[in-house]
Design a protein around this ligand. Structure first.
Ligand code: SF4
Length: 403
């Protein structure tokens, strides 16, 4: 499929919307009530610190809702206002936050079900309205919805669209896109659907494996087994790594994306020399500012003296997991929760350790005076952060009364 031509024609269609519907003011009040927090505002104004009783909270200087997420949620609310009687669907979670997704369900926005590992669009009918989430949708899904005569409300973050434009450029020059991301994350699935040939690498180790293959070849079968789910159909590592371009899932660790880009640049320079490097290697900066800011703020926070960290965000949220990784690398006990309800009753917390299932820890808050670092992923409203902080305060008060 000529994905570029399809996108262009879709954007000209009357059934396609990628801006709001002029109800910004009406939904602004609703969003403020549901998701913003006066306590968090107060902490921000107080140099990101708040002490109450035995607890000092230190907030990261950038956390929570990014503008791409805010924009997507506002557009979804506007869609409901604009189409009050139509059936509305969303192709996936609007963002990775259980509370926000629940609110959309209450507003009768239906989520497309996944059956046997595939999304089941049979329920969607001509004339239905379908929202595409902040991290986008694959070009095949867009085509299906367009062919079915749906109205499409595309909330894809412009930063994600920028990556799609990048892989289109790779394709034009017959470069294979090497995408730093998780091959089964919705954003990377969407990005790879716009690419020609592609290979998804999860981290620097996988990138080093590929770089070594480019320079020294290696075991082709082993390569194909390793990347069987993470490459385009018919991918041949002996032919398809001669010209490469770098792209990324916008929420990966920024430092790692940069290192991977540099590694491949050095690799292609070594293999092809400086004169033809530009024919063999393409790189554009597609790291999202919001991801970068939140990660930088986390590095600033973990430099302070903290007894523990609480990281709030959806369990399937890639950027939240990366914030958790930063705390763990510094040896700080860190608890990843998806909502305040995971805290208590009593001195207990149900949290998700890195790459493991949910775990109950009791007691989790140490006795005496403590300093707790708090941050949240780009899909987490301030209200959820406020609720978690209030629970920590309550829990320490209750513990000191008992003690
Ligand atoms: S994290 Fe970045 S790319 Fe993702 S929605 Fe937010 S602004 Fe957009």
């Amino acid at each position: 499929m000529d994905t570029k031509a399809f996108k262009r024609s879709l954007q000209q269609s009357d059934n396609y919307h990628r801006k709001g519907f002029g109800h910004e003011e009406a939904v602004a009040g609703q969003l403020k009530n549901e998701y913003q927090s006066s306590l968090i505002q107060q902490i921000r104004e107080n140099n990101y610190t708040l002490s109450r009783g035995e607890v000092t909270i230190r907030l990261a200087e950038a956390f929570g809702f990014c503008w791409g997420v805010e924009r997507a949620v506002a557009m979804a609310y506007e869609t409901r206002q604009h189409f009050p009687t139509e059936r509305i669907w969303i192709t996936n979670e609007i963002i990775h936050n259980p509370g926000v997704n629940q609110r959309l369900k209450e507003m009768e926005v239906g989520f497309i079900e996944v059956k046997d590992g595939r999304k089941d669009f049979t329920i969607v009918e001509t004339g239905d309205v379908v929202i595409l989430p902040a991290f986008g949708a694959s070009v095949q899904e867009m085509q299906l919805l367009n062919d079915r005569g749906c109205t499409i409300v595309d909330t894809t973050c412009p930063w994600v669209s920028k990556v799609w434009n990048t892989v289109e450029k790779h394709k034009k020059g017959s470069h294979t896109s090497i995408i730093h991301g998780k091959y089964n994350h919705e954003e990377t699935v969407a990005t790879s659907s716009f690419a020609g040939k592609y290979l998804v690498v999860l981290n620097l180790d996988e990138a080093a494996y590929v770089a070594n293959y480019i320079l020294n070849q290696g075991n082709r079968n082993e390569f194909m087994a390793k990347f069987s789910h993470a490459c385009s159909q018919g991918f041949d590592p002996d032919k398809d790594l001669e010209k490469i371009g770098i792209a990324n899932q916008t929420t990966m660790l920024k430092g790692e994306t940069e290192k991977i880009g540099k590694l491949f640049e050095r690799t292609m320079l070594k293999k092809y020399g400086p004169l033809t490097l530009n024919e063999h290697f393409l790189s554009f900066n597609t790291i999202c500012d919001a991801t970068q800011e939140r990660q930088d703020a986390m590095f600033g926070l973990v430099d302070q003296k903290l007894d523990l960290m609480v990281v709030i965000g959806g369990y399937n949220s890639s950027n939240t997991t990366h914030l958790q990784e930063i705390a763990i690398e510094r040896g700080i006990p860190s608890y990843h929760i998806d909502s305040a309800e995971r805290i208590g009753p009593g001195n207990r917390i149900v949290h998700k350790p890195l790459h493991a299932d949910l775990n109950l820890t009791e007691p989790w808050l140490p006795d005496g005076f403590i300093t707790v670092g708090v941050t949240s992923g780009a899909s987490t409203p301030d209200k959820a952060v406020e609720d978690a902080i209030e629970r920590i305060f309550e829990l320490k008060v209750a513990a000191s009364v008992r003690g």
